[in-house]
Write a protein that binds this ligand. Structure first.
Ligand SMILES: NC(=O)c1ccc[n+]([C@@H]2O[C@H](COP(=O)([O-])OP(=O)(O)OC[C@H]3O[C@@H](n4cnc5c(N)ncnc54)[C@H](O)[C@@H]3O)[C@@H](O)[C@H]2O)c1
Length: 311
């Protein structure tokens, strides 16, 4: 009997979208529809991925298209359409162009997949996830953003570089806005079971935090023509695995807060359990008072940016 797979649409077949498609296929997670305003790119990459199947022997398949009819009935829609930053730009500099793109693709995708979860990736991530929530009549648990998982990957890497530990021996978490206002949580991080704050001194911790916050900009600086996509795609795949597998995994996700951490009516990256319903619940971890203050400041910065795009 032919195995059936969940259906995932990826809007934007650029670096992040196509690399995500590759990972979802290689991990046998979902049939994928790649859709792009540049239809040839979506179709060409899908064909290339299907050629790869001859040797990689993954089960699901992928199609490329420019037609939203082909996305109908998706379980999950991932939005990566938009412009990436160039050297010297912040994620916030992308707001004007990417807000219009996200609005347009969401309005096109929603009628075809009204029951889907929507995972936002386009930057500035938190602002656009909040804009989407204001725009559409979909329960907020199904409107999720990816940012904190990627920031956490960079935090783990920086801790590994500084301590010599393997990433598998490190527990760490980054919350807050996916940008300069992100909030790494050293107080909850451990290396080989030891508290991070007892393993590294203040100077090393400062270097770790800097490398985490500037990790994305460092990639942009080196690439010159675009931004990171391997670690972002891996971060998306981790969230997709949790959502489609209904695992309840606890991942830093851009989720709508309703009083948790003293923050309301705004979506921000916080530890959340993910499953088929999208956000199952938000976990209020015992972060330090200074970290809590940073998280609340981060929420205020997203709120201020959101006000700007409304006017
Ligand atoms: N949230 C995160 O952690 C994170 C990480 C990496 C990148 N990003 C963001 O993801 C976005 C994509 O990055 P990328 O490196 O893949 O860029 P890219 O330029 O390689 O790909 C973007 C794709 O979107 C397509 N597109 C543009 N307008 C569209 C529309 N209206 N409909 C359908 N497709 C459209 C383009 O044709 C292009 O193929 C950027 O905004 C980037 O900043 C976010």
């Amino acid at each position: 009997m032919t195995k059936t797979y969940p259906k995932v649409t990826i809007i934007g077949a650029g670096n992040v979208g196509a690399t995500t498609a590759e990972l979802l296929l290689l991990r046998n997670l979902a049939d994928v529809v790649l859709i792009d305003v540049a239809e040839g790119i979506a179709r060409g990459k899908a064909l290339d991925l299907m050629h790869m199947r001859s040797y990689e022997h993954f089960g699901p398949s992928v199609i490329g298209t420019g037609d939203y009819q082909d996305t109908a009935g998706s379980d999950l829609v991932i939005i990566t359409a938009g412009v990436p930053r160039k050297p010297g730009m912040t994620r916030e500099d992308l707001i004007d162009i990417n807000a219009g793109i996200v609005r347009a693709v969401l309005e096109a995708a929603l009628p075809a997949s009204p029951e889907a979860c929507y995972l936002f990736v386009t930057n500035p991530l938190d602002v656009l996830t909040n804009m989407a929530i204001d725009l559409v009549d979909v329960p907020t648990n199904r409107l999720i953003g990816m940012g904190g998982v990627l920031d956490t990957a960079r935090f783990i890497y920086a801790i590994a570089q500084e301590t010599g530990a393997d990433p598998t021996e490190i527990e760490a978490l980054v919350v807050g806005a996916h940008g300069e206002a992100m909030v790494p949580l050293p107080s909850l991080s451990t290396v080989r079971g030891e508290p991070l704050l007892e393993v590294v001194d203040a100077e090393a911790l400062d270097r770790i935090i800097q490398a985490t916050v500037q990790g994305g900009a460092a990639v942009v600086q080196l690439l010159e023509t675009g931004s990171a996509f391997y670690a972002p795609a891996s971060s998306i795949a981790l969230m997709v695995e949790a959502i489609l597998g209904d695992t309840g995994a606890l991942l830093s996700s851009c989720a709508r807060l309703k009083g948790e951490y003293g923050i309301s009516d705004i979506s921000l990256c916080v530890p959340a359990h993910l499953g088929r319903v999208g956000i199952q619940s938000i976990e209020e971890l015992p972060i330090s008072p200074a970290e809590l203050q940073q998280l609340q400041d981060s929420a205020a910065s997203v709120k201020a940016q959101l006000e700007n795009i409304k006017h």
